[in-house]
Design a protein around this ligand. Structure first.
Ligand code: ADP
Ligand code: MG
Length: 706
């Protein structure tokens, strides 16, 4: 995110120094700046936000007769004899001693003349480094320091170690930090909530100083006051931005969409079941949002199989009742087709015209569809996310539903509103996700939206019998498929997530398919992401109609497919999947009346964590619980994958360590904006400084505009 010129003009001048280029430092040229840029950025502030991950403690100065293997020591010694081996491969040794004992310094491939000059025999030196033992005698190989007693006084007692890259040494980073820290500006305090005050945190500038130039060996702990404070600052800047976005986006006055209740009542009579409480609650929330002239930005978060489609359909009907158009977008064509099948089926019964637009060629039929959308004859458009990049023009789009948004980021969501009619930004947005991320994290991922959670499931859902099985038993499992086929049941066989690359996934699925098809012929089908859209649709259809009994698939089926006759889910290399993803996959079965099974095939031996994770899958069927567990066992990054989740990445905050502060931060932001929406109070101005420091351009622009 780069500052626009107009924003940097508004930046308080005391911050300007922080945004200077690294080349303004002594000893930093274009080359090193470019190296830094690759790793963390090339402005002074980027160095300050590049936090050390370890602290070397040089305060330990033991007598030389009590040294332990591996200990880091600092000692004042007298230099004894030099031993230059004169034979390649043998190290250069310098004997050292003091009143407490002796130790050798060892140098491989050393230049003897340099060593005899920098440590002449008989001189006093401060040495520091890690101890090991050679023939029972202590030595330090390549000491970190070997300085005169005078110069040695400047050795930092506590030395930060930074993440580095080729061409960037720790010393280089430390030298930059040392030049920058004296110029950290004093800024007004923006943390004034009672909760923050109780924490007794250092000020912003003290905190930065403490993490880079600690006076104790412990400030690296993520829960140290300094680290916590910096994390709070960063998360606060993030949450304020999201809140401002939400505030402004919602303030865009759209038209009220009260509906008439005619279509939704009719639908209720068509349904063979009652709505769950969670569904009713979500439908209520949405209905009120739509009926208000404020723009809706709502997320419906509900486990796989919790019946989100119906919730979306009710919102769509209310929109159509008010004579506006609606669109629903799915992340894959398969899912779009699925929606066409279910939602379209209901709309046909209600006599509402709709179309399904997938990424097919620009045929005449497609042109006609688009014309009908532009005319307003078509009331609902079903499609993939591409729909919104496409040249589709709506007559009067009142509602955009985005299904399964876990492949979507906040920024993308912000762009969604622009397809609306009246003045562009007023389309109501409903996002539905099955990614059951923990509540705290959802503040970060979806803080710009209102959230409805569906926590119950349609009645009568039986738990899915889940088992772990070693891939060693593959042959037996293969034979057991016969029973499934004979009984008219169906199974998914999901192939390994080999890597991020779709190509190797595909190879694995093709191999598995070939092997199963050799036994069961065309009762087995193959589905993967690289198939042509109509081939995919045909295969999915064949599976839906029961012509194919076993569907071998890559993870393309993960999202949303609904085939009630599928009773068994087999997942290969289950140990490589995140729990949330396994849960999503498992949710594909158990939608009918028959008992359902999930077999998690793993390749042993499994590590402790892998074992624990798979075992949780056996015990729990609750997506929210699984998400919490996965977070606990693996950490947020692993669990969601930043790219997949739309979670922003932070530089100072570590969501695994600091997410617990999010509810505090959320309340802090609510209070702040309630009292001072334009950020003009004393604290408001301090907050603006915070937003400048974290380059929250969107937020600053929104305040300036407001
Ligand atoms: P998801 O939340 O994963 O998108 P779906 O909307 O696909 O779930 O619903 C899963 C299945 O549950 C569908 O077959 C749907 O018809 C059924 N269903 C939805 N709501 C109910 C309900 N209240 N009672 C019983 N079955 C329901
Ligand atoms: Mg769904």
């Amino acid at each position: 995110m780069h500052d626009t010129p107009e924003l940097s003009l508004l930046r308080p001048s005391q911050l300007d120094g922080l945004f200077r280029d690294l080349t303004s430092l002594k000893g930093v040229g274009d080359r090193s700046a470019a190296t830094c840029e690759k790793l963390f950025g090339r402005r002074l502030i980027d160095v300050l936000f590049h936090l050390p991950y370890q602290m070397i403690d040089r305060s330990y100065r033991p007598p030389l007769n009590v040294l332990k293997e591996g200990g880091l020591i600092t000692a004042e010694v007298t230099i004894g004899a030099h031993n230059d081996p004169k034979r390649r491969g043998l190290p250069y040794r310098i004997h050292c001693y003091n009143s407490s004992g002796e130790i050798d310094l060892v140098f491989f491939r050393a230049r003897g003349d340099w060593l005899s000059k920098s440590a002449p025999e008989g001189s006093e030196r401060i040495i520091s480094g890690r101890v090991d033992f050679f023939r029972d005698k202590p030595q330090i190989v390549h000491p970190d320091y070997m300085l005169s007693v005078d110069a040695g006084k400047n050795i930092p007692l506590y030395e930060p170690v930074y993440p580095l890259t080729q061409g960037l040494s720790n010393l280089a980073v430390r030298k930059m930090v040392d030049q920058i820290t004296p110029h950290i500006p004093r800024v007004p305090e923006w943390l004034t909530s009672p909760w923050c005050q109780r924490q007794n945190w250092p000020s912003w500038s003290e905190a930065l100083l403490a993490v880079h130039r600690p006076d104790r060996a412990t400030p690296l702990d993520a829960l140290s006051p300094a680290r916590q404070r910096l994390a709070y600052d960063e998360l606060l800047a993030n949450q304020i931005t999201l809140a401002l976005v939400r505030q402004t986006k919602r303030a865009h006055v759209g038209q009220a969409i009260p509906g008439t209740g005619v279509l939704s009542k009719q639908l209720t009579t068509l349904l063979p079941f009652d709505l769950t409480n969670g569904q009713s609650q979500a439908i209520n929330d949405i209905s009120q949002d739509l009926a208000s002239p404020k723009r809706m930005l709502r997320l419906v978060q509900g486990d796989v199989g919790s019946g989100k489609t119906l919730v979306a359909l009710m919102a769509i009907l209310q929109t159509i009742e008010s004579n506006r158009q609606a669109a629903i977008m799915a992340p894959t064509e398969i899912l779009a087709t699925q929606h066409a099948h279910t939602i379209g089926g209901y709309l046909d019964q209600l006599g509402v015209p709709w179309v399904c637009l997938t990424g097919g060629p620009k045929t005449k039929a497609r042109l006609a569809q688009k014309a009908a959308i532009a005319e307003g004859d078509v009331k609902l458009v079903i499609g993939t996310h591409a729909l919104f990049q496409d040249d589709v023009v709506f007559n009067d789009l009142g509602l955009a539903v985005v299904d399964e948004q876990h492949r979507f980021g906040v920024k993308q969501r912000l762009r969604l509103g622009s397809k609306g009619s009246s003045g562009g930004d007023a389309t109501n947005i409903l996002v539905m996700t099955a990614t059951p991320i923990p509540r705290t994290l959802s503040l970060v991922a979806y803080g710009d939206m209102d959230v409805s959670r569906i926590t119950d499931k349609p009645a009568g859902r039986k738990p899915i019998d889940t088992r772990l099985m070693s891939i060693d038993r593959y042959e037996a499992l293969k034979k057991a498929l016969q029973r499934i086929i004979d009984s008219g049941d169906q199974a998914y066989w999901v192939c390994p997530l080999v890597s991020e690359s779709d190509v190797s996934d595909l190879a694995a699925a093709e191999d598995r398919y070939a092997d199963l098809a050799a036994l069961y012929g065309d009762r087995v089908g193959l589905l993967h992401g690289q198939m042509r859209p109509d081939d995919k649709a045909r295969m999915m259809h064949a599976f839906q109609k029961g012509e194919v009994s076993v569907l071998v698939a890559t993870t393309v089926i993960e999202v949303g497919v609904d085939v009630p006759a599928a009773t068994t889910m087999i997942i290969e290399h289950a140990e490589r999947f995140g729990l949330a993803q396994l849960h999503q996959l498992r949710g594909r079965v158990g939608r009918g009346d028959k008992p359902a099974h999930c077999i998690l095939l793993y390749r042993g031996p499994l590590g402790e964590i892998a074992k624990a994770r798979l075992n949780i899958m056996r015990k729990s069927q609750d997506g929210f619980e699984l998400a919490e567990e996965d977070l606990r066992l693996r950490g947020s990054g692993e669990m969601l994958g930043v790219r997949q989740s739309g979670l922003p990445s932070f530089r100072l905050a570590d969501l695994d360590q600091h997410a617990e502060m999010l509810p505090e931060i959320y309340d802090d932001v609510q209070q702040l904006l309630a009292q001072d929406p334009q950020l003009t109070s004393e604290r408001g101005l301090a907050i603006r400084t915070l937003l400048h420091i974290f380059e929250r351009g969107e937020a600053l622009r929104l305040i300036e505009a407001g």
